[in-house]
Design a protein around this ligand. Sequence first.
Ligand code: ADP
Ligand code: MG
Length: 384
Amino acid sequence: MSLNNKTILPGATIGIIGGGQLGRMMALAAKAQGFRVAVLEPTADSPCGQVADIEIIGAYHDREAISKLAAVSDVLTYEFENIDADTLQWICEQAYVPQGPELLAITQDRIKEKAMIRQAGIEVVPYAAIESMDNLLAKISSIGFPAVLKTARGGYDGKGQLVLKTFQDVSKAKALLDHGTCVVEKWIPFDKEISVIVTRKVDGETAFFPVGENIHVDNILHQTIVPARISIGLQLRAIEKAKQIADSLRLVGTLAVEMFVTEEGSIYINELAPRPHNSGHYTIEACATSQFEQHIRAICNWPLGSTELLKPAVMVNLLGEHLDSLYTEIPALPDWKIHVYGKKEPRHKRKMGHVTLLRETVEEALTEVEASPIWRTVKEKIGG
Ligand code: ADP
Ligand code: MG
């Protein structure tokens, strides 16, 4: 089906491929706007399944299951980028998927993604595609140490990555290469990591959320700080880059653009995510429109909402190891916005929820987070 400007009205059903926390928060926003929600996920009672009207149980590549989802839905979207691109392409031909199949196919492959960003005239981290150990040995000298090897497909939260500090580390690369093509990237000694979340519609209407400053611990997002503690000039340049990428992709829906900012003020694009993003969870309380509502607006062809920042905000993730301590602290936290995703097993390092603090300044919020016992293990790690 060709991309057109179909307006979807309350009462219609939005079908979400993927039942995780992003789907759950998308569904909650959609329901506030009067939509019904159907979800496709391999297991019942998923974070999104718990709040959806219709749960379809099946694998993301199961064409029969995805057809069932399409049959009960007026519009389809996804919350997860590792669904099978061929299956998405196939369902795009028979159901209304305003985001189309290309964005997902590009962003699930680091090599295609980097090539696309370069084509849009934007700088990415110097990289090379790697097929074999010989290939890596030949290319590592032009990239230089330290470097990082990443599987081209399927990685998240630092999974499928290996930092290479010396030639000795190169011998450890075989396990990753056995998974398939990789990319080797120069290690960027960044000053800050930031992200820009951009939403765009079929007609080109585009909106950006305020730039978030992201702090990762063990490759997993720990905190997002907004406004980012970088100059306004850098923020504007970051937004301009996100705009160029969104236009060049003819984006429909929401895209997160992760970037590195160096001390000299260079900005490199790290990676893209074709959906609402963990670093945009702060928008639920801190912005006039949340990233989830905005995504629903975009795919339903509603006008995009204001992305104005209502108050400085800090979002902190809750991993499995933080939950018990959060629960103990709840009575003492009247001004914390607490989100828990309904996942059954609070496994170590698994994203279970997040909190958002709105304060007069980000420093105030950071001091409060710092003083909390919930992230003790994180503090030990970052020496706080
Ligand atoms: P994921 O898909 O796991 O999010 P990323 O490529 O975003 O993968 O890597 C996770 C984190 O690892 C980044 O947010 C950053 O902190 C660090 N990282 C990744 N690549 C580089 C790099 N080339 N230079 C410096 N840090 C990096
Ligand atoms: Mg990332």
